[in-house]
Design a protein around this ligand. Structure first.
Ligand SMILES: [Zn+2]
Length: 296
């Protein structure tokens, strides 16, 4: 009798062990350099991975300065994903400081790089702004996870397949929506320099205001230059996020007839409660803002 009940207890324990969900300690510790790559990893890794992102939502990867906590996070990672193309200039030093045991996987491997148009001939790192490129990121992430955690291969394949299907649907949505805007109207003035891949993929011109610094608040003289350029190039919409004085934006709208656009997300996702908490939401947000501003 005693023997039997002991056996029953053991069976129950065994069943509990099988049914128990993976504890955080059992999960594959993954570090992503930026929030957009972190979102891809979450979609492909599902509940097998624990993702930490170094450059968080609403933060700038170009001017990121890592903390000792970031070094610790990186040092504990079993796998690290970076964009490459010169985006994470801080990574080499951080990796050395962290004692990281793994070499970062560059998720843009296989992406056709685009040269920046400012005459410096540097590679434009914002490749994720083309959904076709995002699919290459996702495939590289899937393959990296499978290599680091072969037991999860089937799960990573299935998750990646489902997410790639969503990206296909998203790309159709972008092409359909922008396709309704006459080609001659698909141009905006913006100080964002992150939409080169988007523009090339979907036929939208993102034009920098000429002779105006993108880094500081434009002066009255800069605003006059922008107004002249909008009129000269017949530009239907203006997205200028470094102009904090709404009266200047109203002045541009009044004097040119151009529409003033809302917020475009380029390098980082928003906070979870914001309009761009995931890559798919970010692309939909930008598409909605562009379509609204460019509609005839
Ligand atoms: Zn950028």
């Amino acid at each position: 009798m005693l023997q039997q009940s002991r056996r029953a207890v053991l069976l129950v324990l065994a069943a509990l062990l099988v049914a128990a969900p993976a504890r955080a300690d059992d999960k594959l510790k993954v570090v992503a350099s930026i929030s957009i790559i972190g979102d891809f990893v979450k979609n492909v890794g599902g509940d097998r991975v624990e993702v930490a992102t170094l450059v968080g939502p609403n933060s700038d990867a170009h001017i990121f300065s890592p903390t000792p906590t970031d070094a610790k996070t990186l040092g504990a990672a079993k796998i690290v994903f970076v964009n490459g193309m010169g985006l994470e200039g801080w990574m080499t030093r951080l990796a050395a400081a962290s004692g990281a045991k793994v070499a970062p996987i560059v998720v843009t491997t296989g992406v056709k790089p685009r040269q920046e148009e400012d005459g410096h001939h540097a590679v434009d790192p914002h490749a994720w702004q083309s959904i076709a490129n995002a699919k290459i990121y996702v495939a590289n992430i899937r393959d990296g996870l499978k290599k680091a955690d072969p037991a999860g291969a089937a799960a990573y394949d299935a998750n990646a397949k489902a997410y790639l299907d969503r990206l296909d649907a998203l790309e159709h949505e972008v092409r359909d929506t922008l396709g309704k805007i006459p080609p001659g109207r698909r141009k905006i003035i913006t100080t964002h320099d992150a939409f080169g891949y988007f523009g090339r993929a979907y036929g939208v011109q993102f034009i920098a205001p000429s002779g105006v610094s993108a880094d500081s608040e434009p002066s009255a003289r800069d605003i006059a230059k922008i107004i002249a350029q909008v009129k000269r190039q017949n530009i239907p919409a203006v997205f200028l996020e470094n102009v904090s004085d709404p009266r200047l934006m109203q002045q541009i709208a009044r004097e040119t007839g151009a529409k003033i656009g809302g917020t475009l997300y380029s390098d980082a996702l928003s906070e979870p409660s914001g309009p761009a908490a995931t890559y798919v939401e970010m692309m939909r947000n930008n598409l909605g803002e562009l379509a609204k501003a460019l509609a005839p």
